[in-house]
Ligand binder design. Structure first.
Ligand code: HEM
Length: 503
C-alpha cells in the first residue's frame, strides 16, 4: 500500500503529461486539418505564395484571439501576435468572421487594396450586411455604388452643403451644451457620450429627413444603439445576444423609415409643396438611373439606414474623446482655446454665428481632431473581397478571399508614428501624411463621404466647449470598452460646467 501511495505522484505526472501532449497534438492536428480544408483547392503553387498565418480552429478561427484582445483592453495585442509569430510581413492569413481572410496591416498594403477597384469589392461579413442592409453601399455592385454615391455624397460634403448646414449645427451645439450645463448646475451628471450621440443624430436626421419629432428621433436613436452593438458581435441570432437585439433594431428602423417614406410619397401624390429645402430622402425618391428606373422603397430605406448610422456614431464618439483629451491635457487645451479666442476677435460684430471661413482658420483645432482620429481608431478595420488573384507585398491574395484592412495597426505602428500611444496634436503641424498612413476615413472610391461634415461638426462643438465650458468626469479612470467602438463603460458620466457669461 505504502509503495503504491509513493508511486502515485509519478503516475499522475505521467497521465497529466500524456493528456497535455494529446491536447497539443489534437490542437495542432485540428488546426492543420482546418488549414488544409480551407486552402487545398488553391493548389500547391498558389498555396505556397500565401502570406504567413493560420486558419486556427474550425468556426472560430482567429475570432477568439481578436475578441480576447479587444475585450481585455489591449486591442493592439491582436496584430502584435501576428507580428511576433510571423514577422513584419504586413499581410497575414487567418480565418475571420467565417471566411478565409487576408489581414493587411501596413500603409502600403492597405493603400494598394483600397485603390484597386477592379481587384477588390466590398467584403463586409454577411452578418453585418444583414444589419446595415442588403441594398446599401456595403453590398452594392460597382456601378450602382458609383451612381448612388454621386447622388448622395455631394449634397453632404460640398462647400454649399456645409455652408447651409452650419447654422443648424451651430444652434444645435449651443443649445445642447446649455441644456447639459443646466442639468449639471442642478447637481446631476449627464452621460456625455449618450448626449453627444443624440446631438449628432439630430444633426444627421435634419440633413437626411429634414428633421423629425422628438419621439421619432428617440425611437430611431435607441434602435441605432442596439444596431451598433450587434455590428461587431458574434453573429448569434438567439435571444439575449447582441446580434439578435441588433436584428430586431433593424426591423424597427425599417418600419419607422417606411412610415416616413409612405407619408412623403402620399403628400407628393397629393401634390403638396415641399415645406423646406430638398433633403436626402427627397433626392433618393426622385433619383432616376440611365434606364429611367427609380429606386424601390427597400433600396431607399437601406441607403438611409446606412447613412444615418455612419453619420452620427463616429462623430459622436470622436467629439467625446477630443473633449476628454483636451480636458486631460491643460497645455493643449490652452493652446486650442487661445486659437478660438483669436478667431472670435476676428469676427465682425454684425456676423451671426460661425462661418466656414472661421472653421478654415481653426488650424490647431484641426490637428487636435486629426490626432484624436488617429489615436482613437473609431473605424479600426474595414472589409474587402478579392475579385481575382492579386499579389500584395509579394504574397498572394486568392480570388474570392476576404481582406481586412487594419487601419488601427497603421495608426498605432511605431514605425509610422513614433510614440504612437502619446496624444500629441503637434505632430500634424505642417505635415501632410504619406499616402496610406492616415486612414481614419478610409481611402479611394469608398472614402467616407461625410469626412468634411464630421470634422465641421466636431470642430464647431469643440469651439463652443473651449470658449464656454469644462468637463468634470465622475470616473476619470473608467474602464474603456473597445467593441464596437472605444468608449468608457460609464458613457463618460460627467458634469458640464459653464465658465463663461457668454454662454
Ligand atoms: C468622425 C466621423 C467619421 C469617421 C471616423 C468615419 C469613417 C469612415 C470610414 C473609415 C469609412 C470607409 C469604410 C471602408 O473603407 O469601407 C466610412 C465610410 C462611410 N461613411 Fe464615414 N465616418 C465618419 C463620419 C461620417 C458621416 C458624418 C457620414 C454621413 C454623413 C458618413 C457616411 C459614410 C458612408 C455612407 C460610408 C460608406 C461609403 C461607401 O461605401 O462608399 N461618415 N466612414
Amino acid at each position: 500500500m505504502e509503495a503504491a501511495a509513493a508511486a502515485a505522484p509519478w503516475w499522475w505526472a505521467a497521465v497529466a503529461g500524456a493528456v497535455v501532449l494529446a491536447v497539443v497534438v489534437l490542437d495542432a492536428g485540428v488546426r492543420r486539418l482546418h488549414g488544409w480544408y480551407r486552402e487545398a483547392a488553391l493548389g500547391a503553387e498558389r498555396r505556397s505564395r500565401l502570406p504567413p498565418g493560420e486558419m486556427g480552429w474550425p468556426v472560430v478561427g482567429g475570432m477568439w484571439a481578436f475578441l480576447r484582445a479587444f475585450k481585455s483592453g489591449n486591442p493592439d495585442a491582436f496584430i502584435a501576435s501576428f507580428i511576433q509569430r510571423f514577422g513584419r510581413t504586413g499581410v497575414y492569413r487567418a480565418f475571420m468572421f467565417s471566411s478565409p481572410t487576408i489581414i493587411a496591416a501596413t500603409p502600403e498594403a492597405c493603400k494598394q487594396v483600397l485603390m484597386d477597384d477592379e481587384g477588390f469589392v466590398n467584403g463586409w461579413p454577411k452578418a453585418t450586411v444583414a444589419l446595415i442592409g442588403p441594398k446599401s453601399f456595403v453590398a452594392m455592385g460597382y456601378d450602382e455604388h458609383r451612381r448612388l454615391r454621386k447622388l448622395t455624397a455631394a449634397p453632404i460634403n460640398g462647400f454649399d452643403a456645409l455652408t447651409s448646414y452650419l447654422p443648424f449645427i451651430d444652434r444645435t451645439v449651443r443649445s445642447s451644451l446649455k441644456t447639459w450645463a443646466d442639468v449639471s448646475a442642478d447637481g446631476s451628471e449627464v452621460e456625455f457620450l449618450t448626449e453627444l450621440r443624440r446631438m449628432t443624430f439630430k444633426i444627421i436626421v435634419q440633413i437626411f429627413l429634414g428633421g423629425a419629432d422628438d419621439a421619432t428621433m428617440h425611437a430611431l436613436e435607441r434602435s441605432y444603439t442596439n444596431l451598433n452593438y450587434g455590428m461587431r458581435a458574434m453573429a448569434i441570432n438567439l435571444p439575449g445576444f447582441a446580434y439578435h437585439r441588433a436584428l430586431k433594431a433593424r426591423r424597427r428602423l425599417v418600419a419607422v423609415l417606411q412610415g416616413v417614406l409612405d407619408e412623403r410619397r402620399a403628400s407628393m401624390a397629393k401634390g403638396f409643396a415641399r415645406s423646406g429645402a430638398m433633403d436626402m430622402m427627397d433626392r433618393l425618391i426622385e433619383a432616376v438611373d440611365e434606364h429611367g428606373r427609380k429606386l424601390e422603397d427597400d433600396e431607399i430605406i437601406d441607403v438611409l439606414i446606412m447613412y444615418l448610422n455612419a453619420g452620427h456614431e463616429s462623430s459622436g464618439h470622436i467629439t467625446m474623446w477630443a473633449t476628454v483629451f483636451l480636458q486631460e491635457n491643460p497645455e493643449i487645451f490652452e493652446r486650442a482655446k487661445a486659437e478660438q479666442e483669436a478667431i472670435m476677435r476676428s469676427i465682425p460684430a454684425t456676423q451671426q454665428g460661425l462661418t466656414l471661413r472661421d472653421f478654415r482658420k481653426m488650424e490647431y483645432l484641426s490637428q487636435v481632431v486629426d490626432e484624436t482620429l488617429r489615436f482613437v481608431n473609431i473605424s479600426f478595420v474595414s472589409f474587402r473581397q478579392a475579385t481575382k488573384d492579386i499579389y500584395v507585398n509579394g504574397y498572394l491574395i486568392p480570388k474570392g478571399w476576404k481582406v481586412q484592412l487594419w487601419y488601427r495597426s497603421v495608426h498605432m505602428d511605431p514605425q509610422v508614428y513614433p510614440d504612437p500611444k502619446k496624444f500629441n496634436p503637434s505632430k500634424w503641424e505642417g505635415q501632410t501624411p504619406r499616402a496610406g498612413t492616415f486612414l481614419p476615413f478610409g481611402l479611394g472610391a469608398r472614402l467616407c463621404p461625410g469626412n468634411d461634415l464630421a470634422k465641421l461638426e466636431i470642430s464647431v462643438f469643440l469651439h463652443h466647449f473651449l470658449l464656454g465650458y469644462r468637463l468634470v468626469r465622475k470616473n476619470p479612470s473608467c474602464r474603456v470598452r473597445y467593441l464596437p467602438h472605444p468608449r468608457p463603460v460609464d458613457n463618460c458620466l460627467a458634469k458640464i460646467t459653464r465658465v463663461s457669461d457668454e454662454y
